[in-house]
Ligand binder design. Structure first.
Ligand code: ADE
Length: 241
């Protein structure tokens, strides 16, 4: 899996992704990360990549040509890598997109490469979006200053589905969300902390009882914290999966 990121802030992508679990996975070559600086494709003396919106209004709009040229650069690299022309999926991060969730992450994880286009300022010239974007995706109903953080959220989530990126335990968390349930609470040493003891069953070594206890806590927690998810869980149970 290779991620290409068209951005004005490649260092932000590098720093974010080279930290923690994704950083380790990158070092191990479990996925590839290739930020492309849109400004390198400005094609003018002052490296200008934005201009005033036609029709007036606040802020600046990113111009189409530097974005298209950075996309062409990615296509050239893909041609070199595969020995044939490829049209990769190009994700534009926008609050106007389909809301990202675990099933969409799973679908995107099947791709060999993904291109993320990170917008800034007041937006991106519509014509280049029509030309290259295949997927408009939002990470939630709130507005951020740019697409870099949403792209990193998506890459983190998709990368952890790549075999080897995670240690075993964490894969359970994905599964529990796919069953429309939240994860059960976790405990580690010490056995007693600020007067609170770890639930006795977890010290019992009795795996069937531990599993049953965890399932109950998952259900209880989902009902309380995410009634919307709990309804889906109930429906799934009723329909026998
Ligand atoms: N860009 C700005 N806000 C965003 C959001 N919520 N999701 C994706 N991209 C964005």
């Amino acid at each position: 899996m290779d991620f290409y990121v068209l951005t004005l802030f490649p260092e932000m992508i590098e720093q974010g992704m080279r930290t923690s679990m994704t950083g380790r996975a990158l070092e191990q070559g479990l996925f590839g990360l290739y930020p492309v600086n849109i400004r390198d494709f400005a094609g003018n003396k002052h490296n200008k990549v934005d201009d005033y919106p036609y029709g007036g209004g606040a802020g600046l709009v990113m111009q189409p040509q530097p974005i298209y040229r950075s996309y062409e650069e990615v296509c050239r690299r893909l041609l070199k890598k595969h020995g044939e022309a490829r049209k990769p999926r190009v994700v534009y991060l926008t609050p106007q997109g389909r809301v990202f969730d675990q099933p969409l992450a799973k679908e995107l994880a099947k791709e060999e490469e993904l291109v993320f286009l990170c917008g800034h300022y007041e937006g991106v010239d519509e014509r280049v979006l029509e030309e290259i974007v295949t997927d408009y995706i939002s990470i939630g109903d709130y507005v951020l200053t740019g697409g870099e953080l949403p792209a990193m959220v998506m890459m983190d989530c998709i990368a952890r589905l790549v075999p080897g990126v995670l240690h075993n335990r964490e894969s359970a968390e994905t599964e529990s969300l796919e069953n429309h349930l939240l994860e059960y609470p976790q405990y580690t040493r010490p056995e007693e902390y600020h007067g609170k003891r770890v639930p006795e069953v977890l010290l019992s070594g009795h795996h069937a009882r531990i599993d049953a206890w965890r399932k109950e806590r998952s259900i209880e927690r989902t009902k309380e914290r995410r009634p919307d998810l709990y309804r889906k869980y109930e429906e799934m149970e009723k329909s026998g999966k």
